[in-house]
Design a protein around this ligand. Structure first.
Ligand SMILES: [Zn+2]
Length: 118
């Protein structure tokens, strides 16, 4: 997130974000996806998670104050999302008997007529 503009109420501590710019670099996302062994959509999701973390009141406050810790939580969030994708259980492909049973069901007109089980 670049160029955030907003205000901090020093009395209440409330922050107001007025505008910010999000720029996604496709090539960086593709390269990072390869590096982490996930696909580009998953890596994009992690990047969006990173950017959403920049919109918390605490992060806007750090950003407007010019704090060096402004990237800490966003990086942590993206890492969590990447790990979730890396640790997901692979979806099992149907075995041949399941495919055969499905083909048999398709050939059975009663199933279609009664509209059951789909
Ligand atoms: Zn960031």
């Amino acid at each position: 997130m670049d160029d955030p503009t907003g205000t901090i109420n020093r009395t209440t501590g409330n922050v107001t974000l007025k505008s910010a710019t999000l720029t996604f670099f496709e090539k960086n996302i593709e390269e990072s996806a390869l590096y982490h062994g996930i696909n580009t959509d998953e890596r994009l999701a992690a990047t969006v998670g990173h950017e959403i973390e920049h919109t918390t009141d605490e992060n806007i406050r750090l950003n407007l104050d010019g704090s060096a810790r402004v990237e800490d939580e966003p990086i942590k969030k993206a890492d969590e999302i990447i790990k979730e994708y890396q640790n997901r259980k692979p979806v099992a492909a149907p075995n041949s008997s399941e495919i055969f049973r499905f083909e048999k069901e398709l050939e059975d007109p009663r199933r279609i007529f009664h509209g059951g089980g789909w």
